[in-house]
Design a protein around this ligand. Structure first.
Ligand code: ZN
Length: 155
């Protein structure tokens, strides 16, 4: 894992990313989940599954699972901490701000993205942007996908 060479980014930000990768927050199963989705980034082989417990659009609980590179898994851990407790409009606003951050490197002062802001340097590496965005794309699908509708529940 030569993240230092891969991403010539600030030492401190790199440490934040590696910390989430090594000690992921909100990783695992989620009892009482109401919504779920999974996705992959074939370019890198990253996989992320997101489970949500929604109450009238509010993300009461979130858990993720997955495999892949440090950016994809750290991003999912950071995302989970950032969106928990937000309502639908809050999640949509944060998701939009993160997309802009990862694609342009621009931080939006209107949104507190928490540790997700440490991924700012990823914008310089288009291949890695896909890794970091994977969990956010899965989150967006999960919000629209009640668990009774998912493939897993089919016989
Ligand atoms: Zn990746």
């Amino acid at each position: 894992m030569s993240l230092a060479q891969d991403l010539q980014m600030d030492e401190l930000l790199r440490e934040v990313i590696l910390d989430h990768y090594r000690r992921p927050r909100r990783r695992g199963a989620l009892e009482g989940a109401t919504h779920a989705a999974e996705g992959m980034n074939p370019v890198c082989g990253d996989e992320v599954t997101v489970h949500l417990a929604l109450d009238q659009g509010m993300v009461c609980e979130i858990a993720f699972a997955g495999n892949g590179c440090s950016i994809s898994q750290a991003s999912a851990s950071m995302m989970s901490e950032t969106v928990v407790g937000r309502d639908a409009a809050g999640v949509a606003g944060v998701t939009e701000a993160v997309r802009r951050l990862l694609q342009t490197g621009a931080l939006d002062p209107a949104h507190d993205l928490g540790d997700v802001e440490s991924l700012q340097g990823v914008a310089q590496f288009p291949v890695r942007v896909k890794c970091a965005l994977l969990c956010w794309n899965v989150l967006e699908r999960a919000l629209q996908q009640p668990i009774s509708d998912t493939k897993e529940s089919l016989p």
